[in-house]
Design a protein around this ligand. Structure first.
Ligand SMILES: [Zn+2]
Length: 393
């Protein structure tokens, strides 16, 4: 198989997570459970540009037509975008790609920055438009850039946070950005960082919604091919450690020192050997999680989960955990409540009315938000655990 980022031949299979369902499709009843499909989830790695990618890409229309992820429900993410808005307020016209429910548009608008969003999800895009945050609904393709440029001038800044991981064809995306941006315009891309997946054993960040897992080198390669230059990188702490990449719409911009350092660090550490260790640890730790939950059950403890992001699907399907081991999972997003986890069919319930029962152990799937989650249980004697690697919080 060829690398879909740099075209190198014979990229290597590095992780095989077996049959997996679509991680953001939460079935709501028996019929939907029966209709659920599973596909082989295999991760490939390109030694040349250092991009990770899924072997089989699922049609994007199937994935994003109705979507259950509302950014603004997530307080930490909201703060992240408020800070970013302040940082970019000097720009004249900002286009946010993958704008979701307007999580960046809202603070930008409050700072009086002209901005619009683009989002493929009809139900989520409508929420933004209803809030008065103009959102073009559709994938970021040639067609949508034409309809935007009919109404507006070219933007001097495009933001795409957690977007390019989801694309089917990143090369096409890069080309469209190149033509859409003003001549000296800037692109800010935020990516979950492949190197941190390995460092923190976060294999749960692999799922079909996201066929690409980027490194700084792969971003550099992708945009260089269309005449754009990665020149600066900031390490940011969302999504388990991400990179914020600054890319100019022309070549020959000097790379900053921190940018150079990240690029060369990857050349040394992000390789097949690292993936081989990663693969070994994934299966060791998935097995351990399952065994721990069986032990807790045998000892008579009541175990529930907290937070049902997409990773729950990958973790529970790899570890083969169903409602016999985790009774239910609490999630604060109304779009997920009273549905089931993909593939393993653990019931997802709202917080209200479901904290009063006898709970001994909480597996915190949304572990980034543990400090907030802990507060909901403050009067109760509960022990908290992180699922992978399994450990007390
Ligand atoms: Zn490549």
């Amino acid at each position: 198989m060829r690398c879909r980022v740099c075209n190198a031949e014979n990229i290597t299979e590095v992780v095989d997570l077996g049959k997996q369902p679509l991680a953001n499709k939460y079935p709501k009843n028996k019929l939907q459970i029966l209709k659920e499909k599973k596909f082989n989830l295999k991760i490939m790695f390109c030694k040349k540009c250092k991009a990770g990618q899924i072997k089989k890409i699922i049609n994007r229309n199937v994935l994003f037509e109705d979507y259950y992820y509302l950014s603004s429900v997530n307080l930490k993410l909201k703060q992240h975008f408020e800070k970013l808005a302040k940082k970019i307020k000097k720009y004249n016209f900002v286009v946010d790609i993958g704008s979701n429910d307007g999580i960046l548009l809202d603070p930008l608008k409050k700072l009086k920055v002209k901005c619009i969003g683009v989002d493929p999800s009809k139900n989520v895009g409508k929420i933004a438009n209803d809030r008065g945050l103009e959102t073009f609904i559709g994938f970021f393709d040639k067609k949508i850039t034409k309809s935007i440029l009919k109404k507006y001038d070219k933007p001097d800044l495009v933001v795409a946070s957690s977007v390019i991981t989801h694309l089917e064809n990143p090369k096409e995306f890069a080309k469209n950005i190149k033509n859409f941006l003003e001549k000296d315009g800037t692109l800010i891309i935020e990516i979950e960082y492949l190197q941190n997946f390995l460092k923190n054993l976060e294999y749960e960040r692999f799922y079909f919604d996201r066929p690409y897992y980027y490194s700084a080198n792969s971003i550099k390669t992708l945009f260089k091919k269309v005449g754009m230059q990665l020149y600066d990188i900031e390490k940011i702490n969302i999504h388990g450690g991400s990179l914020r990449c600054y890319i100019k719409n022309s070549l020959n911009h000097k790379e900053t020192i921190r940018c150079k350092k990240i690029l060369s660090d990857e050349k040394e550490k992000l390789n097949l050997k690292a993936f081989s260790n990663f693969n070994r640890d994934i299966f060791k730790n998935s097995k351990m999680l399952r065994e721990k939950l069986i032990n807790l059950k045998n000892e008579g403890y009541n175990v529930i989960g907290y937070g049902c992001p997409a990773r729950v699907s990958t973790i529970t399907n790899v570890s083969k955990i169903n409602s016999s081991l985790i009774k239910y999972i609490i999630d604060d997003s109304p779009l997920k409540q009273n549905r089931f986890t993909p593939g393993t069919h653990i019931k997802i319930l709202p917080r209200k009315g479901n904290l009063n029962k006898k709970i001994d152990i909480v597996i915190v799937f949304a572990y980034e938000y543990f400090q907030d989650i802990k507060k909901f249980f403050k009067d109760k004697k509960v022990n908290f655990f992180k699922p992978i690697p399994f450990g007390k919080l």
